[in-house]
Every structure is written in C-alpha cells, then in structure tokens.
Design a protein around this ligand. Structure first.
Ligand code: HEC
Length: 221
C-alpha cells in the first residue's frame, strides 16, 4: 500500500493534464471568439441568420440531413475539399472556428454520402432548384441516391391562380391537371436555411485567400 500515493498521483495527473490540454486550453483559445467587425467598411461576419433560416436548421436536424452531408471545408493539405468546389467561389478557403460561433449545435457531420453543404447557398442560390431537388432529387440530378423528401410538400387543387411557389414539374413528376405541388412551411424554412449557408468572407485565420475561381461543383445546375 506504500505505492498508493504514487498511483493515485499518477492517475490524478493524467486526468488533470488531459482536462487542461483538451478542454481548458481550447476554451481559452477559441471559447470567446467574436464576429469579425470592420467598422469602417460596415462589414460584420458571421451574421446570426435567425428567423426562417433558424427554423429551417431545426428541420435539417430533424430530417437527419447531417447523416449524409458535412459542413466543414478542410485545408488543402488535409483533403481535396477546395478542389471539389466546396469552399466559397469568391474566397475559396477552409472553414475555421469563427464560422461556427452562432451554430448551436454545430452540424459538422462525419459522413459525405452527398456533397459538403458549407457554401451551398452561394453555389446554388435558386430556391426553386432546392424545392425540386428535395421533392425529387433525380428530377434535377439524374442518378441521385439522395432520398426524396416529398412529405415536406403538399398537393393542392388550383382554385383561381396557380400558386407562385408551385413546383415547376413536367413529365412523370407533374401532378394531374388542375393540381399543383407546393412546399409546406417546413420546406420553405429548410430552403431558407440552405440558402443561408454561405461563408463568402475572407478571414485572416483561414489564410488570406485571394478572390479566385474555384473548381465548379459537379452536381450544381
Ligand atoms: C442518404 C443520404 C442523404 C440524405 C439523408 C440527404 N442527402 Fe442531400 N444529397 C445526397 C447525395 C448523394 C447528393 C448528391 C446527388 C444530388 O445532387 O442529388 C445530395 C445532394 C444534396 C444537395 C446538392 C448539393 C450540391 O452541391 O449540389 C443538397 C442541397 C442536399 N443534398 C440537401 C439535403 C438536405 C437538406 C437533406 C435533408 C432534408 C439531405 N440532403 C439529405 C445524399 C443525401
């Protein structure tokens, strides 16, 4: 039992050092990150989207989109993310801690069955494309293995004028005459969220990326 203090001290030190190294130091380094503000240029980044986009974020979580889509762009040395066009077009760069300060919880994701969505709002800014894609991924991306999310839409009888947000469907996907497929509020919020995913802002800590032409993504239309 003479060894007890040594063993106890060793175990305690192991846990204490892990806690300091893995929890406290990162918290001190990046725990209080603030948005980047350039008062002269009136430039603030990131912006807390709120409103409909915040609602859509909940739909994104509830529907499990994070199971197939990541929201993290890795450095050039860590992978081909930038070459795949997942960084932003104007400022192709990796993502850094500051990009996520308003995300609660952060939706980094660990699977990439589908493309990274960090900058989908700047890559594909047409809401109708997103509605059609969610309703029927293969309608816009032939051969897609993304599941359709049809329950986010409803079929409505057209009385009077065709609704503005009715989906532009033709061929086999088109509803019968006199009917239209329209997005439910959940789909509208989800698309508002997808459009808000846009990190087009240079940040010093991510390297002063030059505004340059990034590779075009393969799936965008
Ligand atoms: C089973 C895996 C899977 C799930 C779950 C999934 N996706 Fe996808 N997603 C894919 C695949 C594969 C693609 C690429 C083919 C395509 O464009 O349809 C894709 C493509 C996309 C794209 C186009 C990306 C681009 O760069 O063009 C968007 C936007 C998207 N998904 C959004 C969503 C949203 C929102 C959800 C949740 C409601 C979701 N996905 C759920 C697999 C998935």
């Amino acid at each position: 039992m003479k060894q007890f203090p040594v063993i106890f001290g060793g175990v305690f030190a192991t846990f204490a050092l892990s806690f300091i190294g893995l929890a406290m130091v990162p918290q001190l380094q990046i725990g209080n990150l603030q948005p980047f503000v350039d008062e002269d240029a009136g430039d603030i980044y990131p912006i807390n989207a709120g409103g409909q986009a915040a609602q859509g974020r909940k739909v994104y979580i509830a529907e499990g989109c994070v199971a197939c889509h990541s929201q993290q762009v890795r450095d050039e040395q860590m992978g081909a993310d930038l070459a795949r066009g997942w960084g932003d077009y104007k400022f192709p760069r990796r993502t850094v801690a500051r990009d996520y300060i308003y995300d609660q919880p952060v939706l980094l994701g660990s699977m990439r069955t589908g493309p990274d969505l960090t900058n989908i709002g700047s890559r594909q800014s047409n809401p109708m494309w997103h509605y059609l894609h969610l309703y029927s991924p293969r309608y816009v991306t032939p051969g897609s293995i993304m599941p359709p999310f049809r329950f986010l839409f409803e079929k409505r009888k057209i009385t009077g004028q065709r609704p503005d947000d009715a989906l532009d469907l033709t061929g086999v996907e088109a509803p019968e005459a006199g009917y239209a497929i329209v997005p439910k509020p959940e789909a509208k919020a989800l698309v508002a969220y997808l459009l808000s995913l846009d990190h087009s802002h240079a940040l010093k800590e991510a390297g002063e990326a030059e505004p340059a032409a990034a590779a075009q993504p393969a799936t965008s239309k």
